[in-house]
Design a protein around this ligand. Sequence first.
Ligand code: 2AM
Length: 503
Amino acid sequence: MNSQQADIGMIGLAVMGQNLALNIADHGYTIAVYNRHAEKMKDFISQCEKNEPSSSRLLGAETLEELAGKLKRPRKIILLVKAGEATDKTIDSLLPYLEAGDIVIDGGNANWMDTIRREKDLNAKGLRFIGSGVSGGETGARFGPSLMPGGSAEAWAELAPIWNAVAAKVDAQTGVPLPGAAPGKPVEGGVPCTAHIGPNGAGHYVKMVHNGIEYIDMQLICEAYWLLKNLLGLESDAIGKVFQAWNQGELSSYLIEITGDILLQPDPAGEGYFVDKVLDTAGQKGTGLWTATSALELGVPANSIAEAVFARCLSALKDERVEASKVLQGPEAKMEKDQARLVAAIRDALYSSKICAYAQGFQLMAEAQKVYGWSLDFGTLAQIWRGGCIIRAKFLQKITDAYAIDPNLKNLMLDPYFRDALHSGQNHWREVVSLAVLNGIPTPAFSSALAYFDGYRSARLPANLLQAQRDYFGAHTYERIDQPRGQFFHLDWPAENRPQLKA
Ligand code: 2AM
């Protein structure tokens, strides 16, 4: 038997690596698998031999040299190791066993700037590099993730058959994810949730923004839950049923669906509901933080995405909050009487805020592509998020439609469908944000999204005063509304020099 029998290799057999390797094997590819600690590889193979129909297509390798030896040329090797230093170290240890033309594929949550650097370094050595976002968690990796590869077009052409095979599939007409994958039985047909995103770091950038959107999507859902609980006094199961009902309409999405399941879950360790027993602190690191940082660096007003990160930071101050709750007072939340009306209003507030959150994410990518020299296809991005990934939603089809109507759409909110949705939802949205404010319930995501909407639709904002202040204290100059843009003026501010208003 030819020793170079594996179609592709995998380095890193934590949860994502194991599941993606099995997905690849299920699609008829032979995959050589390696882990820094060989025990993990051996355990994985022996577990698979017991349970997995495709286990004969998994080939264990104890060393990187052995791994490289098992691969067909040019080699394709996926890295699913910890992002950052571990990725660099792994690439360095692999280099002695690679030959010109081989392709290293980083499937971790790498920072896009690292991906740009790594591609450049490997290209200089005659190697090729793809930085691919992989979204969908454990189940996605196993039965169909959303895959966002960035790299050269010719490297992508070599990887495409495997990536197209293992990606999640959606129905060509409806865009709805095709169900039914099982071990050894992948879904047949459908449109794969992957596409070449662009060169170098484009795939990892888009994956990062996907995660930033995921942060705000989750935060918005949490705020809707919190309002239903605190303004209506609903129990967890009743709120779960509201989410189940919402999942039948425009809000239909994976995150709304799992929220319904979570809220209906009894506590396995005692009385009451599971969610009420979970500690209310969240961490934030990596991609959510990077998305907000990139927005700040690029000057894109992705305020709600940043708020979602800050909301987690605030949640993490649990001990301080407990202390502060004994000192700082606010209004007592008043229960609303008209339940059906408020549920409908919160639904509209959630949908409108969600439109703004996605508008911010897409605005960010539109700016980033100019800076990094990419040419992103936004309709396709929304398309490949329709299945496999955490933010998969019916709503994404509307984004694809919006960019099909106008590929140069400046902002999602300007698309007729989304504009109409915002117009019809905004009264409820304003009412919900007002109620939250009046009742002392924090809704940073709902409120910041509304501020984004109101700011973006304002032909005039108070930055006129800001520029005047800057000119006053620092002679920073200002432009005038009655003079061409780019002409700068300065007022001689000492009181005696200032022109006076004519009486
Ligand atoms: P391990 O099982 O041997 O720790 C996710 O953490 C994956 O990344 C695991 O497969 C882990 O391997 C691998 N990993 C983490 N740090 C690493 C490093 N410095 N070098 C190589 N692999 C690493």
